[in-house]
Design a protein. Structure first.
Length: 727
């Protein structure tokens, strides 16, 4: 049996840089939060996810995207430059895009009163989760002029396009929309970690949008301050960890609200006040205001000069040096010690025994008070650790939830994935696999399953395998031709079949592809894609993939046209018979009469041998080989190797022999930026083999290297004999 090894060629495989060519997108709060969240999610933490998606590793992906540039003066400065983003930055761009045009009016959800942004009972936009998720179908806003194209429902549709795409460009564009849609969705999650967005506290940051809708320009002080502090927020973001897996999040909607009150909008609404829904005071009674929570739990007075590490000159000039006791009174909740502040005017109002009219949200005087609550930077600094960590935790969590549906694709319990007679030139149309529902604790019900084979082609392939990689006498790799791996990948797919899986259920399946997987395939992966209900989530998906070997060629040879003498070499048996009186042939002349007669002389003659060929225990074919002839089978097997068993009979053979064989490799290794290949060897000067099993006779001992067997003189020696396939 010949042996082989794996070598690699250095490739110019596209690799993503750590940051986009334009780094401005990490200076805004939403993209910053988003990139932080994405890198904590399965997109960056689970290397098998990209395998299941049929994509390069996440750090090797780059996407060209110009939306932000095209909408600004930068389009004039950079009219044609290709702006490339790695995945986390691209998702960040989706988060940036979600704040454009009329979309912000749908960035509110009040879980207590179950409403989106509402003014004077008039709904200004869609509920946040309805817009971000489209759980009940297509949603439009702005009088039907603005259509949602980047919801999580859209993301699932884009993923389906990417999975089925025949062209790499179509696949890449669809995946770009998947990533952008994730960015749009996590923007909403992050807005739910801003109290104003969960307490119907309107703020307008866009003058034109405000005028168009009859609203007053009124930016959010919290958002303005947070963006100003952007460079200092990493510590808070770093403490966030994905809330999923775990928790009570069965559907995407649960991340906003759920019966266990763990949705982010519920948590924020319950724990934090906002500018327009702050505590109030009537006389000496502190009230909660519009919402029953949070409840103030106490207060503390802090001198203004004690709030700063270095007291600003303008504060020092007023407080302390002139005898004025500038004090802020902070009110605490169970979540934070400085949830709200009696305003800086509070002391003057009390000192002058003056009251003011407290205005409700609707603009009507509610009552007179000498105590006014307000929010300032010290309150924002106090809530940032909780809210920003939550924004990251829920953003990463919903990304994990989106990709939670998993299938594990495994080899059949016995036999190869597929096997064919290589001499026909036909590829593989049916593959046997086992598929397991690996989605933790969730069933897959009422859906369909479709499989895809994705591969490149070896343009050097020849029927006699002369187009395979081989090595020279020094072990240097010889490239058969420049086109050993096609630029474009190809795809084969099966029909969609109705299928359901119980938790952890494994199904034995035969995948039948519309067109065969060609015999010259390289970089071969098999993907499975389920679309249907996952747990409680309708219209969801589960994915899985397996790296199968490239078509692995096994040659079975009848070498009985030659005979090995005393481990000194191979000889044509006719030469032994015709030259029986000469050395080294005379060793087989047992009676020493100078004539060949068997018995008693050693029988050196060849003849036909019949073989049953088994791979991993299953019979795949039968063939009868005349002396000096060979047959070749091609199989798809586990890349780590397989067992080849031959049951031989005839011409003195009647045995069963098993061989552990390595599988052929011909695929990109992104970590090494290389193309790993398995070189073949030349045997009998007639054909290239990956691995061949050669049957021959010898006497009395054997040990001559198989490579020293001379080429066959049989008619059609270089033409493989057809195998009757039974697999």
């Amino acid at each position: 049996m010949t042996t082989a090894k794996r070598l690699f060629l250095t490739l110019a495989v596209a690799a993503a840089t750590a940051t986009p060519l334009f780094a401005y997108n990490d200076t805004a709060t939403h993209p910053h939060l988003t990139m932080f969240s994405v890198q904590k999610s399965v997109l960056y933490k689970d290397g098998q996810l990209m395998v299941a998606l049929g994509l390069p590793p996440v750090n090797k992906q780059l996407y060209e995207y110009r939306a932000r540039v095209e909408s600004s003066w930068l389009s004039w400065l950079f009219p044609s430059i290709n702006i490339q983003y790695p995945v986390s930055s691209l998702i960040g761009e989706g988060a940036y895009d979600e704040d454009q045009e009329y979309k912000p009016s749908s960035h509110f959800f009040d879980p207590y009163f179950m409403r989106g942004l509402t003014t004077f009972t008039y709904p200004e936009g869609e509920w946040s989760y309805r817009w971000a998720l489209e759980p009940d179908g297509e949603v439009v806003i702005n009088g039907g002029l603005t259509t949602q194209e980047f919801s999580l429902a859209d993301a699932r549709d884009y993923l389906g396009i990417a999975m089925r795409a025949a062209s790499e460009e179509t696949r890449k564009q669809a995946m770009m929309k998947v990533y952008l849609s994730l960015g749009h969705a996590v923007h909403h999650i992050q807005d739910m970690a801003q109290p104003q967005h969960t307490r119907n506290d309107i703020h307008v940051d866009n003058r034109i949008l405000g005028l168009a809708r009859g609203l007053t320009y009124d930016p959010s002080l919290y958002e303005t301050y947070t963006q100003e502090r952007d460079a200092f927020l990493d510590t808070f973001m770093a403490t966030g960890n994905p809330v999923f897996p775990g928790g009570t999040f069965k559907t995407a909607t649960d991340f906003w609200l759920n019966p266990d009150q763990t949705g982010i909008s519920q948590d924020t609404n319950r724990r934090f006040v906002s500018k327009g829904t702050n505590f109030t005071m009537n006389g000496t009674q502190v009230n909660v205001g519009t919402y029953p929570d949070p409840i103030p739990t106490g207060s503390s007075d802090v001198k203004a000069t004690e709030l700063f590490t270095t007291v600003p000159p303008e504060i020092a000039a007023v407080c302390g040096s002139t005898g004025v006791d500038c004090t802020m009174t902070f009110y605490s909740t169970e979540t934070t010690p400085r949830a709200s502040t009696l305003s800086i005017f509070d002391q003057d109002l009390r000192g002058r025994n003056t009251s003011v009219s407290y205005l409700s949200f609707l603009g009507f005087p509610a009552y007179k008070t000498d105590r006014i609550f307000a929010l300032n930077r010290f309150n924002f600094d106090d809530v940032h650790p909780y809210l920003l960590a939550n924004a990251v935790s829920y953003s990463a969590g919903i990304i994990n939830h989106f990709f939670r549906g998993r299938l594990t694709v495994m080899p059949p319990e016995t036999g190869p994935y597929a096997a064919v007679d290589q001499s026909t030139g036909q590829g593989f149309k049916k593959l046997k696999v086992r598929v397991k529902n690996s989605t933790p604790n969730e069933k897959l019900t009422g859906g369909t399953l479709q499989a895809f084979a994705k591969f490149h082609r070896n343009g050097c392939y020849q029927a006699d395998l002369s187009g395979e990689f081989r090595t020279d006498d020094s072990g240097n790799l010889i490239t058969p031709c420049p086109n050993y791996r096609s630029d474009q990948a190809e795809v084969r797919f099966t029909t969609e079949d109705q299928l359901s899986f119980d938790v952890d259920e494994v199904k034995d399946m035969t995948l039948e592809f519309n067109d065969e997987i060609p015999i010259d395939a390289t970089d071969l992966f098999i993907q499975v894609y389920y679309r249907g209900k996952v747990g409680d989530q309708e219209n969801d998906f589960a994915i899985g993939a397996v790296d199968v070997s490239e078509p692995t060629f096994m040659a079975v040879m009848n070498g009985t046209d030659m005979f090995e003498l005393n481990a000194n070499g191979f000889y044509y048996y006719n030469d032994i018979i015709n030259n029986i009186t000469q050395q080294p042939y005379s060793i087989v002349d047992i009676d020493g009469n100078g004539k060949y007669n068997s018995p008693p002389d050693v029988d050196v003659r060849g003849g036909s041998i019949s073989y049953e060929i088994k791979i991993n225990g299953d019979a795949v074919g039968q063939v009868t080989l005349g002396e000096g002839r060979f047959a070749r089978v091609a199989a798809l097997v586990n890349p780590v190797g397989f067992e080849l068993t031959l049951i031989a009979s005839g011409n003195g053979f009647n045995d069963i022999t098993a061989y552990n064989m390595p599988a052929k490799m011909s695929q990109v290794d992104y970590d090494r930026n290389a193309f790993l290949v398995t070189p073949v060897g030349l045997l009998r000067k007639q054909t290239y083999q990956w691995d061949s099993v050669t049957y021959f006779h010898y006497w009395p001992t054997t040990g001559t290297p198989l490579k020293d067997m001379k080429e066959s003189k049989a008619a059609d020696a270089t033409t493989p004999v057809a195998v009757t396939m039974t697999h």
